[in-house]
Ligand binder design. Sequence first.
Ligand SMILES: Cc1cc2nc3c(=O)[nH]c(=O)nc-3n(C[C@H](O)[C@H](O)[C@H](O)COP(=O)(O)O)c2cc1C
Length: 257
Amino acid sequence: MKEGCEQEANAEQGLVGSPGAPPLVPGDALHCSPEEREVFYRIIAARRDIRRFRPDPIPDDVLGRILWAAHHAGSVGYMQPWNFMLIREKAPRQAVKDLFVAANEAAAALYGGERRVLYDTLKLEGILESPLNICVTCDTRRGGPHVLGRHSLPETDVYSTCTAVQNLWLAARAEGVGVGWVSILANDRLRGIFGIPESVVPVAYLCVGYPVEFGPVPELEAQGWGERLALDDLVLTERWPAEGSVRAKGSVRADGG
Ligand SMILES: Cc1cc2nc3c(=O)[nH]c(=O)nc-3n(C[C@H](O)[C@H](O)[C@H](O)COP(=O)(O)O)c2cc1C
């Protein structure tokens, strides 16, 4: 087989062009060329959290591939605890927007002075502007009471769901689709809006659609709220550094931001 994305193999499998079918190859047949590797890292670098959307709907085949990517994330014990609730109707989205407004007021009150002024200028959701919202949930009961690998760390089901969200986010970027994660919400009230039972955790409420733009840097960086930490400061060797050492100094802001 030739190196690369193996389009011929896909054609043989009859998968090309059908909704939700990305270029599939057997795992051991994937060899990234330098160019493909570069594209992979470029997608990671170009992923952005999006809050401003164009109203155009996402075609079914594009959405299918994005959800396929999410569903192929790793999960503890192969639990696959996720569901993807597609929300297009206005009324529930308005209800979620109301939740956001209330939670955001409470969050804003945590800041004072210049930080508060800056916070109030930030746009932190695109719930109504985006054509699609997706609530990614984690069903804590899926797989029964004894999920392999989860016994000592029950929250690994939520960790697993987060890996699905990241797959979704990256696949969307590859498709030119923007995703904005809204966590400024009261989860119990979110459950109420969508009839989600107690045993299911709403992990990510996502606004999805074609973006006005993919900014060159995170919006919070462009707005002066924060900046990317130096990777070198985050890589530790062998053990946690001693208290007071340069590596342990941390980066907690006095104003909590
Ligand atoms: C778990 C999680 C929750 C987030 N919640 C929000 C949110 O409520 N509102 C918002 O505007 N952005 C939210 N974001 C997006 C972050 O602000 C964003 O990822 C960060 O500023 C870096 O920007 P980038 O995603 O464009 O690289 C969230 C991101 C994550 C991973």
